[in-house]
Design a protein around this ligand. Structure first.
Ligand code: URA
Length: 210
């Protein structure tokens, strides 16, 4: 679907965007998802975490990062000492994409078209919240934010990028990735790297406050 200018004119605030996204038909993912999952957090948040898309729990509850990946994210945010009151969390794609398998719903990666269609909403969130720092959790978020077809986390993590709107982008892994690593030692190592990336974010934010 093409952008309808009237729709944009009617969206004057984050709350307007949240109301408008409920009836989004920009891509077909609304057909099977339970509901839209929009971002959450203070409108003036300093830092915005961007995930891929809602998971099973998020789809059912209508809130971002409330499932297992969200628990990991919450734990690490708390551990490194990023102030939760300054954090807005959202996703590159606002509807859950899955494949039914028996009673389970198996997560499927959104494709480039779906990410592009949903960038409209992510752009509005960034425009209204105006975060100083954006953290891309995983390749899908990084691809959306950078407008690239592919991003290698290993090459891009740890180096903040200046964005055209003046914000600073950090790229790290998605917490779901950590949860999928079967070997406990490798999982612990990857978690340390994830924590180290969020320490960089914390220190960068502390530098801005000075
Ligand atoms: N994974 C995401 O990318 N986002 C969520 O909200 C939950 C899991």
């Amino acid at each position: 679907k093409v952008e309808i200018p009237e729709e944009i004119e009617q969206i004057q605030s984050l709350n307007d965007a949240k109301a408008a996204v409920q009836s989004c038909r920009r891509c077909p993912l609304y057909e099977h998802a339970t509901q839209v999952v929009f971002g959450e957090g203070p409108e003036m948040a300093d830092v915005m975490f961007v995930g891929e898309q809602p998971g099973d729990q998020e789809d059912l509850q209508g809130r971002p990062f409330v499932g297992p990946a969200g628990q990991v994210l919450d734990q690490v945010i708390e551990k490194v000492g990023i102030d939760r009151k300054k954090v807005y969390v959202t996703n590159a794609v606002k509807h859950f994409k899955f494949e039914p398998r028996g009673k389970r719903r198996i997560h499927q990666r959104p494709d480039g078209g779906e990410v592009q269609a949903c960038k409209f909403w992510l752009g509005l969130e960034i425009g209204f919240v105006r975060p100083k720092v954006i953290v891309a959790l995983g390749a899908t978020a990084a691809q959306s934010l950078l407008g690239k077809a592919s991003v290698t986390i290993g090459k891009m993590r740890g180096q903040p990028l200046q964005m055209p709107d003046g914000s600073t982008l950090f790229i790290t892994n998605h917490p779901s990735y950590l949860l999928r690593i079967p070997d406990p030692e490798s999982r612990a190592r990857e978690r340390e790297k994830f924590e180290a990336d969020l320490v960089l974010v914390r220190d960068f934010m502390a530098g801005l406050e000075k």
